[in-house]
Design a protein around this ligand. Structure first.
Ligand code: NAD
Ligand code: ZN
Ligand code: ZN
Length: 344
């Protein structure tokens, strides 16, 4: 089968021919119907050999959808032909975090060398993929895999972040979204569907700001040194009640810190090396700063239920497996509108 692999530190991903895997006991083989392209892959491919926590080659793709092709011994909760999506942040299934469905925060994943597909385990950018356990599959039903596969990460990650801040996002409040890319353009829609907040979106690109308006942002601002002043003006001096930073680079975490109001939440989702210093006088009183990772299994079910209600529409650009390296180039050049999705 064809697979898109990261094979050598610093090199571009390559399309290669590898054997179709067979499911072992307890595992599920999916025929992949769609795989999303996330900016985190670009971060992983920028790491040095010392920083890389898993061996190469790696089949990419941590957003996956497919149809069950074959089940391993003992698997009886899914059947061949079932359309599913993959919950990516695999855990041990048994620790106290996993017991709560928060496998993204599994306490034993590192010790047991459990890694997400596409981020250590073979991922979804291939004709077939192995899922380690049927509990990591969520029924897709009638939804289109190509248009919804990004919800497994670009939906789930903002959903988890927003859900934490719901008590602060009452009518009259303001949410600032920094970065209207894959995660951000879904985050804006989730904020509109789940809260009464006014949404102010920031980006460096006018095209991304146009997309932000299209998906429901009330106000859009270029992300520069005037942005904080404009946010203060738009909120009558009060500042934002929640800031979601989907870029996470030093200039955006600085904006987040400065535009956050009293008793606000600052959530740093982007992994661009930025940070917010917390201490007396560095942030407004009682600002809560956090950097979450992905989301829980039950939250992924909730995200797909929102999609079923028609409350979130991912803007996708589609590519074949052969075109996947081009999709990464376009993402790197900040040219993707919404999310790039590979369709095997
Ligand atoms: P993306 O490339 O699709 O979107 C990033 C957006 O940020 C783009 O629209 C870009 O124009 C914008 N941007 C860049 N610099 C900016 C600046 N200075 N000010 C404002 N906007 C700016 O990327 P994505 O796939 O949506 O991922 C976003 C970030 O989130 C990445 O860092 C990714 O690695 C990270 N991520 C984190 C998690 C997590 O669990 N914490 C999960 C998925 C992705
Ligand atoms: Zn991702
Ligand atoms: Zn666990």
């Amino acid at each position: 089968m064809k697979a898109v692999q990261y094979r050598e530190v610093g090199a571009a991903p390559e399309v290669v021919e590898i054997p179709v895997p067979r499911p072992g006991p307890g595992e599920v083989l999916l025929e992949v119907t769609a795989a999303g392209v996330c900016h985190s892959d670009i971060a992983v491919m920028s790491w040095t050999a010392e920083q890389l926590p898993f061996p190469l080659p790696l089949t990419l793709g941590h957003e996956g959808a497919g149809v069950v092709a074959e089940v391993g011994e003992g698997v009886d909760t899914v059947r061949p032909g079932d359309a599913v999506v993959v919950y990516g942040p695999w855990g041990c299934g048994a620790c106290v975090k996993c017991a709560q469905g928060k496998e993204n925060y599994c306490l034993r994943a590192e010790e047991l060398n459990i890694r997400p597909p596409g981020l250590g385990a073979p991922g979804a950018m291939a004709e077939y993929m192995i899922v380690d356990d049927p509990r990591h599959l969520i029924p897709l039903g009638e939804l289109d895999p190509v248009r919804t596969v990004p919800l497994t990460d670009a939906g789930l990650t903002p959903y988890h972040a927003i859900k934490r801040s719901l008590p602060k996002l009452v009518p009259g409040s303001t949410a600032v979204v920094i970065g209207a890319g894959g995660l951000g353009h879904v985050g804006i829609q989730l904020l509109r569907a789940m809260t009464g907040a006014r949404v102010i979106a920031l980006d460096v690109s006018e095209e991304k700001l146009a997309l932000a308006r299209e998906v429901g942002a009330h106000e859009t601002l270029i992300s520069d040194d005037k942005a904080v002043g404009r946010i203060r003006e738009l909120t009558g001096g009060r500042g934002a009640d929640a800031v979601f930073d989907f870029a996470g680079v030093p200039p955006t975490t600085a904006i987040a810190q400065q535009c956050a109001g009293v008793e606000s939440d600052v959530t740093i989702v982007g992994i661009g090396g930025g940070s917010v210093e917390v201490g007396f006088g560095t942030t407004a009183y009682e600002t809560v700063v956090t950097a979450p990772y992905w989301g829980s299994r039950s939250e992924l079910i909730e995200v797909y239920d929102l999609a079923r209600n028609g409350d979130v529409t991912v803007h996708v650009e589609t590519y074949s497996l052969d075109e996947a390296p081009k999709a990464y180039e376009r993402l790197h050049a900040n040219e993707v509108r919404g999310r790039a999705v590979i369709v095997p």
